[in-house]
Design a protein. Structure first.
Length: 102
């Protein structure tokens, strides 16, 4: 696994992903909402709901028959952090984070 994937895996497991929900708790941004969807931007939103991640989410669903709404499944996948499914989750989250920076 790359360093970026390791950091992303640890952040997903701990809930310390630099999304607006966490940044608002830390006082770094005024709103916890997604700039695109205007709902709370958290890991669930990025993986299951955000319009900006639709293409990557569809790829995950089609390639791995992945039910993005099943949070328990995410935890099962993250239990095997080097698996292909886990790496697809990291990719989805990392793309969302990159889009926020631009």
């Amino acid at each position: 696994m790359s360093w970026t994937e390791v950091v992303t895996a640890l952040r997903l497991r701990s809930g310390h992903i630099p999304l607006n929900s966490f940044a608002a708790l830390m006082g770094k941004v005024p709103s916890p909402n997604c700039s695109e969807c205007d709902v709370v931007e958290d890991v669930y939103h990025i993986i299951a709901e955000c319009a900006q991640c639709e293409a990557e989410r569809l790829d995950l669903v089609l390639r791995h028959n992945f039910n993005v709404i099943n949070i328990g499944l995410w935890n099962s996948i993250l239990a095997f952090p080097a698996s292909e499914k886990a790496r697809m989750l990291y990719k989805l989250v990392l793309l969302a984070l990159k889009r926020r920076e631009n």
